[in-house]
Design a protein around this ligand. Structure first.
Ligand SMILES: [Zn+2]
Length: 330
């Protein structure tokens, strides 16, 4: 198969701490023999498990990049056994443009797997992770939040998998991450996802949704930092004791958890994040933007549970996700 054109500027398998880049050649108008330089830190101390840590899979989600930037300046080789590979901005072109998808090719990293070595920049990054970085990893943490268009209660997530042994390992890692909320979910449309690539390789994955709105808060960043540290301890890489606090367990078993708008208009949330809703409750209303004197369209919960996500901008379009409800477990 065609080799991937990306090359690391630092060794991936030498003891110590190395800061550098994944360099991807990208010839373009403003740089004929130019490259895209994706920041990378590798910290290694002897033999042990490898953790692959990624933020900004979507470029406008910020808890991961902040927590991972901090890890690159605080984690010392002598603190660990094994290896930590840190890529704070997985879809680096998207991150630099503060967009969900790449401005170069419109690539959505979480729909680009397994990627192509001869494809677009997004597909090349995906292929490099698929064939080079992921095979080195035992456990992966991939940080997400809602980006500019959604907001979430802070949760760690793990998928319902056919491989029950790997599912149990992923659930244990999610519990170790110990976000305020822990969500088990059945992915309905998992083709092309990084998550699926990790899980299909039999590796352990923790994913998150920690906030949203196109920024981050001190609280949501604290969740990311604590979760990272806990997962590294859980994986046997970092020494120390995990900090475990109460978590609310939720289930997203099917599409009934989602409420989609069928109208363009002015979005009125009727319930706030973290609040309990019952089946049939109005969770959002959509008002006309172009006239007065018209009643709003009501959107109702199809299930009873807790509001874990909502549309973020003040205006909504037909097809946008208006609200997501998680089912209480236990
Ligand atoms: Zn995301």
């Amino acid at each position: 198969m065609t080799p991937n054109p990306i090359s690391p500027t630092i060794p991936l398998d030498s003891d110590g701490i190395h800061h550098g880049f994944l360099r991807m050649p990208y010839s373009r108008d403003d740089s004929a023999w130019g490259s895209i330089m994706i920041p990378l830190t590798v910290i290694k101390n002897g033999d042990g498990p490898t953790a692959l840590l990624t933020g900004a899979n979507h470029g406008d989600e910020y808890e991961g990049p902040v927590a991972l930037q901090e890890l690159t300046v605080t984690l010392k080789p002598e603190d660990i056994t094994g290896r930590v590979i840190i890529v704070p901005a997985f879809n680096y072109p998207a991150y630099r443009a503060a967009l969900r998808t790449s401005p170069i090719d419109k690539g959505n990293m979480n729909r680009a797997f397994p990627g192509r070595p001869d494809g677009t920049p997004t597909e090349k990054i995906a292929d490099y992770f698929q064939r080079v970085l992921l095979p080195m990893a035992d456990i992966a943490v991939d940080f997400h939040s809602g980006g500019k268009t959604l907001d979430f209660v802070p949760f760690a997530a793990a998928h319902i998998l056919e491989d029950k042994a790997n599912e149990a390992a992923c659930f244990a890692a999610m519990a170790a991450f110990n976000a305020p909320y822990s969500v088990q979910l059945l992915e309905i449309d998992n083709v092309g996802m990084y998550d699926t690539a990790v899980e299909d390789m039999g590796k352990v994955l923790v994913s998150t949704e920690l906030g949203g709105g196109g920024s981050a808060t001190a609280k949501s960043i604290a969740v990311a930092k604590k979760g990272l540290r806990n997962v590294l301890i859980h994986a046997g890489i970092l020494k120390g004791e995990m900090q475990i606090d109460p978590t609310v367990r939720l289930d997203m078993p099917d599409g009934d958890c989602f409420v989609f708008s069928e109208d363009d208009g002015l979005y009125e949330p009727m319930v706030d994040l973290g609040e309990q809703v019952s089946q049939g409750d109005v969770v959002a209303r959509v008002w006309p933007v172009d006239r007065t004197g018209i009643a709003p369209i009501e959107y109702r919960a199809k299930v009873t549970g807790l509001l874990i996500s909502r549309h973020f901008p003040g205006l909504i379009k037909a097809g946008d996700c208006a609200a997501v409800i998680g089912l209480n477990v236990g």
